[in-house]
Write a new protein. Structure first.
Length: 420
């Protein structure tokens, strides 16, 4: 077991076998130590430990069931975002592993600690952390590999690298099926990732898989999250009445227990639902409620402002529409949100009735549409490709119009080519 520990730390420090072995032992002897095929003398372990700046003599390498259970409890607390319990178990596991260097427990600690940090800070992993976790992977057991793929999947989900995220969550699902582990989070993240790439059938399938587990464990918050995903999927598939029922059901059932941030999300999605049903008064009612709840998610806030502007436009309340456009442009400029800079620019031209001007069409064709594709914003990509087709049709440029109508009809193939 000491050999695995030596190998991990050597790789993390970018040391070759030759560099670590120099003046201590032969390279072939060190290789055998790292593969745990021989036990070296305490003196060699001491010298290797000093060079790596780790302790290798007089250490406890026993597998401790109590530490193992605490590590799993800590990971579960991170899934549930119970910050108080997370901190308690973090301290307890750290103290326990100061006196125990069992390699399996140490590896599990590192991956659970990484998840802990991501959950608390909400940021992606540094290159150094990614490297350390990846170096452990080859010699690790299936359980570590399961947690590795889950954690790296969350990292890529946070960084919006959806192709990589899905790859890791699918690996985690396959490993989970071979382990005595059955949790809803893998399915939840698959549902979320598939929804983001607009693969709504797959997303709904995994959301129901996750719901089944969360309902058994009465994990209320994640039940709500999955109902929202399912509603969003039905909305996007055009089944608006069913989506509406899901959202209203969650809002009714969770009336007194739902966090205010989640109420905002439901109000926002009900607004989208009623826009799709052309029930603009209802849409405005719920979007205004969403707008009045503050959020640190700047993209989410800009989205609500845009939908309020769009609803006002469809309702012929142009003075209110211009107010929201001005607010939205200022917000998207301040936060440098390219997606909403483009969307407010398009809406401004729609209200001004200048969409047939050459300058607008040129920007839409050569800048905005390519940007939406690059940003993996395929709903907007399809919508504005269709818009460009309509504009060319109005200008009697039928060949160009047909080309963009064809692209709009095949946007799913374009999306899969880019993402999958």
């Amino acid at each position: 077991m000491k050999g695995s520990l030596i190998k991990q730390h050597r790789k993390f420090k970018n040391m070759t076998l030759e560099e670590l072995a120099s003046g201590i032992c032969s390279v072939s002897y060190l290789s055998k130590i790292e593969h745990d095929t021989i036990n070296a003398s305490e003196e060699i372990y001491r010298l290797l430990g000093e060079r790596l700046k780790i302790k290798l003599i007089d250490i406890n390498e026993e597998f401790d069931e109590a530490i193992y259970n605490n590590l799993h409890a800590w990971h579960e607390a991170s899934q549930m975002r119970d910050f108080t319990l997370m901190d308690e178990l973090h301290e307890e596991c750290t103290n326990q592993l100061n006196d125990n260097q069992n390699i399996e427990l140490t590896n599990l600690y590192k991956i659970v600690h990484t998840r802990h940090q991501m959950t608390k800070i909400g940021k992606t992993l540094s290159d150094d952390v990614m490297k350390e976790l990846s170096n452990i992977y080859d010699g690790a057991n299936p359980e570590y590999r399961f947690f590795f793929h889950k954690t790296i999947g969350v990292h890529y989900l946070l960084s919006a690298e959806l192709k990589k995220s899905l790859k890791h969550f699918m690996e985690a699902e396959q490993l989970m099926n071979k382990l005595p582990i059955h949790e809803g989070e893998v399915y939840f993240h698959l549902a979320l990732a598939y929804s983001k790439i607009r693969s709504f059938v797959e997303s709904t399938y995994y959301a129901y898989q996750a719901l089944e587990i969360y309902e058994d464990h009465l994990y209320y918050q994640r039940m709500v999250d999955n109902y929202i995903i399912i509603a969003i999927n039905y909305n996007s598939l055009g089944v608006h009445q069913i989506a509406e029922r899901f959202l209203l059901k969650v809002l009714k059932v969770a009336k007194y227990q739902l966090p205010v941030t989640e109420k905002r999300r439901i109000y926002h999605n009900l607004g989208i639902n009623y826009i799709n049903q052309e029930r603009y008064s209802d849409a405005y009612h719920y979007l205004q409620q969403a707008y009045e709840i503050d959020t640190k998610e700047t993209m989410f806030r800009s989205s609500t402002i845009y939908l309020l502007a769009l609803t006002s436009y469809y309702s012929d309340d142009l003075s209110q529409c211009w107010k929201y456009i001005a607010d939205g442009e200022a917000e998207s400029e301040k936060e440098n949100l390219l997606k909403y800079k483009h969307k407010f620019y398009i809406l401004r031209n729609m209200v001004s009735e200048t969409t047939l001007e050459d300058s607008f069409m040129e920007k839409l064709e050569n800048t905005i549409i390519p940007d939406f594709r690059r940003l993996n914003e395929y709903k907007d990509y399809k919508e504005f490709v269709e818009m460009l087709g309509n504009l060319y049709y109005e200008k009697r440029m039928y060949k160009k119009a047909a080309m963009y109508y064809k692209e709009a009809n095949h946007y799913r193939e374009t999306q899969k080519k880019d993402l999958l």
